[in-house]
Design a protein around this ligand. Structure first.
Ligand code: DGJ
Length: 732
């Protein structure tokens, strides 16, 4: 059992294989947070909390003359509202009588087997290899009867805790949620903590930023209706001394694809608080009497094995517990060629078959027909929403086109952007009110398109029906699901004025319903997500998509940084990465080595390659398959940081049984007459000997030598050379 309730002490100890999380029903039935860290036995850690009379920090009325208990100074599991705690809070509710107050105290709890699920929101699931138990802890406000249930699913083997909150309106009138976070996390001492986030922009997503937690509110957020290129719904709190291998790190991944918020604060007593959930900006949600509101889930982990240890936890969990598609583990994903950078909108059926025929010689196994095959779509100004084949371009029809590709023994993939509409489209002409636009104003255009109001059921149903019709009309193996703008003009024609604050969240719920209706009903199709690159790359999306297009930026050197940042939380098997014509000074082989730190593919016009390039690509495609298991299922190690002025960028994937590893080294700078550089491996078995091949030399050395002395990387080489070192354990 991963959850121990000690009735006498009123403590709950959530035990995973290597961690303990403890909370306690404390003074006046407020639930206190006591500990999250390395595993402990079932002891009571209440001794950690000292109470003092703190000036200007008030005391709950029923603590009577006792002035040492203040919610402003105590670590809590979930905050109250207007009960004297002035720090960032988890809930802001306007009660039926107009008051803003929530005084949640322990009401009841239950412990059950399995992982919790949420209404309309994705969650992680238990695997057969793991034991999962859930604690449901109910806090209630005695006056309003508003309840907040805190969920904790404890994934024992995975060292992961999934959290969420459910608000139940147990009163008689409607309440308005102005802010409701999925979780609150308090630390007794946060003075030496750093906050790590993954900011970016279109074309350069998920860069790494690390900053000390200081005495103000740090906000990591997206208000763009999508989890966004600019911030990712993942943060880590790490000891200032924590590095790749050592030190305490706490990771938090929010399973939500819309506007989100993470706030962290170092308070007046150097305690730290973190909350994470739906962005409260432009948010207000009515919960009627007797109704529930569910927050999205957060996946939380702790490790003292540094940032690398934290990342590997997430990689394993994301590969095992998010997505049941057969393409996660059981069916190998094919080498694909995507037509976007090859042809943009300028293609027809004949050209596609030509591309496929040439690509076949490169070892490509699937052709993906990107944007431009439907409605009237010769550029990005029209056609979105009209999900029927443009027979001026695909003259033979879709079924026949797919057949021709299949006849080459290749698979066929197709692109959609279901959530959007062009003003110049049949859909918009028929249903202008389906687009998001505030009455009396013109909607913001972005890429010259508008967002559909996915909060509306009829819009959801239209999308499910029209996309499924295409998917069922031909032998489609793969879908790329794109979205190319942020969501603005929050307004739904189907909701009354006082419910417009719900639109942003309802859009996300609608999106999940549409994806359920398309993706979950097509288990034999492999789905890749995309948001103008990686603008909605989050753990909720990975419950639907086995991989996510990392970025529209296919420049290999930028991708070194992109992969490095993404790898903080997302596994290699989830990051779409292609070899393209961008950056001609970088050799094809190096581009391929970099794209193999992701789900390998091509984004170029195969008909324009010379014989030599075709053969080089063929070798690269074979290499992708050769190292597929290592790359997709191994343990990933970052060996150098491309954000620092390094000459070599390196990473490594080690098989779970440590019998082999793949080490990739990319030379980003060659200094004249410089020192010999060594790359030190990680994660090998110290006592095993490995043969190392990859730069023309063959070395045999122990794991100890390879990890502590390293591998000398050849010096007299052109810049941007990549080495793929294969390490194979020598049999005893
Ligand atoms: C943005 C995507 O990221 C690209 O790969 C491509 O699919 C275009 N959209 C098509 O419009």
């Amino acid at each position: 059992m991963g959850i121990i309730y000690n009735e006498k002490r009123k403590t709950f100890s959530l035990q995973t294989k290597n961690t303990t999380y403890q909370l306690k029903i404390g003074n006046l039935d407020y639930v206190k947070h006591l500990y999250y860290g390395p595993k402990m036995c079932d002891e009571d850690l209440i001794y950690l909390i000292r109470q003092y009379d703190r000036g200007f920090s008030g005391n709950p009325y029923d603590s009577l003359q006792e002035r040492t208990f203040s919610l402003d100074a105590q670590p809590q599991e979930f905050t109250t509202q207007q009960q004297g705690d002035f720090r960032i809070n988890s809930i802001e509710v306007q009660n039926a009588d107009g008051s803003f107050s929530f005084n949640g105290r322990y009401k009841s709890h239950r412990i059950c087997e399995g992982a919790f699920t949420l209404q309309g929101l994705p969650t992680a699931f238990a695997t057969e290899q793991d034991t999962v138990d859930t604690l449901e802890l109910v806090l209630e406000d005695a006056v309003t009867k508003v309840q907040v249930t805190l969920f904790y699913s404890v994934f024992f083997e995975a060292d992961m805790i999934m959290r969420a909150a459910r608000v139940h309106n147990g009163g008689n009138g409607t309440i308005q949620l102005k802010r409701i976070m999925s979780m609150n996390m308090d630390y007794l001492n946060g003075a030496d903590m750093d906050l790590i986030s993954l900011p970016g922009r279109y074309g350069l997503e998920r860069q790494v930023e690390r900053q000390p937690l200081t005495h103000h509110v740090h906000k990591i957020r997206s208000g763009r209706g999508i989890s966004s290129h600019q911030q990712n719904p993942f943060i880590a709190l790490a000891d200032r001394s924590a590095n790749e291998e050592y030190g305490s790190c706490y990771g938090f991944s929010l399973m939500y694809s819309g506007s989100f918020l993470a706030e962290a604060e170092l308070d007046q007593y150097d305690q730290a608080r973190l909350v994470m959930g739906i962005n409260d900006r432009l948010f207000s949600y009515a919960v009627e009497a007797g109704e529930d509101f569910d927050t999205p889930a957060v996946l939380m982990t702790y490790t003292h094995d540094g940032l690398g240890g934290m990342s590997r936890r997430y990689h394993d969990f994301f590969r095992n517990n998010l997505n049941r598609s057969k393409f996660v583990k059981d069916v190998r994903r094919p080498v694909l060629l995507n037509t976007w950078e090859a042809a943009f909108f300028d293609f027809d059926d004949v050209k596609l078959v030509e591309i496929a025929r040439a690509a076949k010689k490169m070892g490509v196994e699937m052709i993906v027909m990107d944007d431009g095959w439907f409605g009237k779509r010769d550029d990005d100004n029209s056609g979105l929403g009209d999900w029927y084949v443009n027979e001026k371009k695909i003259r033979c029809g879709l079924t026949k086109l797919v057949q021709q590709i299949n006849d080459l023994d290749m698979k066929f993939g197709i692109w959609f952007e279901p959530e959007m509409v062009s003003e110049d489209s049949d859909l918009f002409r028929a249903h202008p009110d389906w687009a998001m636009e505030i009455p009396g104003r013109h909607a913001v255009r972005s890429r010259n398109q508008l967002a559909l109001d996915l909060s509306r059921k009829e819009v959801q149903d239209y999308l499910i029906e029209s996309v499924n019709r295409i998917l069922d009309s031909a032998n489609i193996y793969y879908v790329k699901w794109d979205i190319n703008r942020a969501i603005t003009d929050l307004w739904s024609n189907s909701l009354p004025a006082d419910k417009q604050g719900e639109v942003s969240h309802r859009y996300v719920l609608g999106l999940y319903r549409v994806m359920d209706g398309i993706i979950k009903t097509h288990p034999d199709i492999m789905f890749e997500g995309c948001a103008g690159g990686g603008g909605r790359f989050d753990s909720a999306m990975l419950t639907y998509f086995v991989q996510y297009w990392s970025s529209d930026n296919t420049k290999p050197l930028d991708n070194l940084k992109l992969h490095y940042g993404s790898s903080f939380v997302y596994p290699v098997s989830s990051m779409g990465a292609h070899v393209s014509e961008a950056s001609p000074m970088v050799p094809f082989e190096t581009k391929a080595a970099i794209a193999m730190c992701g789900t390998f593919g091509y984004e170029l016009d195969s008909t324009k390659l010379c014989e030599e390039e075709i053969l080089a690509c063929k070798k690269m495609s074979e290499q992708y398959h050769k190292y597929y298991d290592l790359n997709f299922f191994g343990d990933y190690y970052r060996l150098s940081n491309p954000f620092e002025p390094v000459n070599l960028v390196a990473w490594e994937t080690v098989a779970k049984d440590k019998s082999e590893a793949l080490l990739t080294v990319v030379t980003v700078n060659v200094t004249m007459n410089g020192p010999q550089e060594y790359i030190k491996c990680k994660g090998l078995r110290p006592d095993l000997f490995y043969t190392v091949e990859g730069d023309g030399n063959v070395i045999t050395a122990s794991g100890t030598a390879l990890m502590h002395a390293g591998i000398p990387v050849p010096r007299e080489i052109p810049e941007y050379t990549a080495f793929l070192y294969h390490l194979k354990a020598v049999k005893d």
